[in-house]
Ligand binder design. Structure first.
Ligand code: ADP
Length: 256
């Protein structure tokens, strides 16, 4: 019958999509190992004595390209995990201050290199929280890298974090990444959270997979929040989300 035919083609499509996901995930795993070797050996060679300056410059480029390749592989791996429902979040105690200071170290260097101002504003009471700190950091560094990528020389990028009390053992944290960059039209704002979308002027000029925002938005959704954007073309963009995190039972004073 027609219904049975439809059912079997649906099952076939599902099986194909699952096989595709498994293939992608397996391939990305396999690709990561040699890329890590390339990166490691590049760094080792760079540290050797007597490496001429022009070789050093080439090694720097090799390093940057390898990092970029590794980022792409990681994005594909994450996207295939999300699509097959295999991405899970850890529950561990972490220090919010430590995470923010790690992000700062990376972003301050990046801002200096690009000729931009980077500011962190924090208005938080609690430090020891429970959640997946690596995934949270991934979302924030993704939003910050985008902000840097789409903000011209002389502009500024701000990360702000605020806390609002919920109950004795939970608080709501709002993270905002604001830039003074090229902005996104309201039409384009609807598309950027979909896979492989790159919009506006950035479409031709920027490196990227168009996977960063879909991945970030899925991670924030898994954390119980919603990643949103507010933006004006030529004025800048703000990406923001609020998540409720359990306060860790560990003593606050033992953290820093
Ligand atoms: P990628 O950055 O790898 O292209 P993303 O999913 O992170 O992919 O972003 C998708 C697109 O959204 C970008 O290519 C760009 O067009 C737009 N975009 C994201 N963040 C910003 C921003 N802060 N300012 C302007 N455009 C942005």
């Amino acid at each position: 019958t027609r219904a049975a035919l439809m059912q079997s083609s649906l099952e076939q499509a599902e099986a194909e999509s699952k096989a595709k996901g498994e293939f992608l995930s397996h391939m990305s795993h396999e690709l990561r190992t040699p890329m890590n070797a390339v990166l490691g050996l590049t760094d080792l060679t760079n540290m050797m004595e007597g490496v001429p300056d022009d070789v050093k410059r080439n090694l720097e480029k090799l390093r940057a390209s390898s990092h970029y390749m590794l980022d792409l592989i990681n994005d594909i791996l994450d996207m295939s995990r999300i699509n097959s429902g295999k991405l899970t979040l850890e529950k561990e105690t972490f220090s919010l201050k430590r995470m923010l200071s790690e992000i700062n170290t990376m972003m301050e260097t990046e801002a200096q290199r690009l000729g931009l101002t980077y500011v962190l504003k924090q208005d938080v009471v609690h430090n020891n929280l429970t959640g997946d700190v690596l995934r949270l950091r991934q979302v924030l560094t993704n939003l910050l890298s985008n902000a840097f990528k789409f903000t011209p020389l002389g502009g500024s990028v701000t990360l702000s974090v605020s806390e609002e009390a919920q109950s004795e053992n939970e608080a709501a944290f709002t993270f905002r990444v604001t830039d003074t960059g090229i902005g996104i039209s309201s039409e384009d704002q609807k598309r950027i959270f979909e896979s492989f979308e790159q919009v506006g002027a950035s479409f031709t000029k920027s490196q990227g997979t168009g996977l960063g925002l879909p991945i970030s938005s899925s991670i924030v959704a898994m954390m119980g929040g919603e990643l949103k954007v507010s933006s004006q073309p030529h004025e800048g963009s703000e990406f923001y989300f609020t998540i409720i995190l359990p306060l860790s039972a560990e003593a606050e004073q033992s953290s820093n």
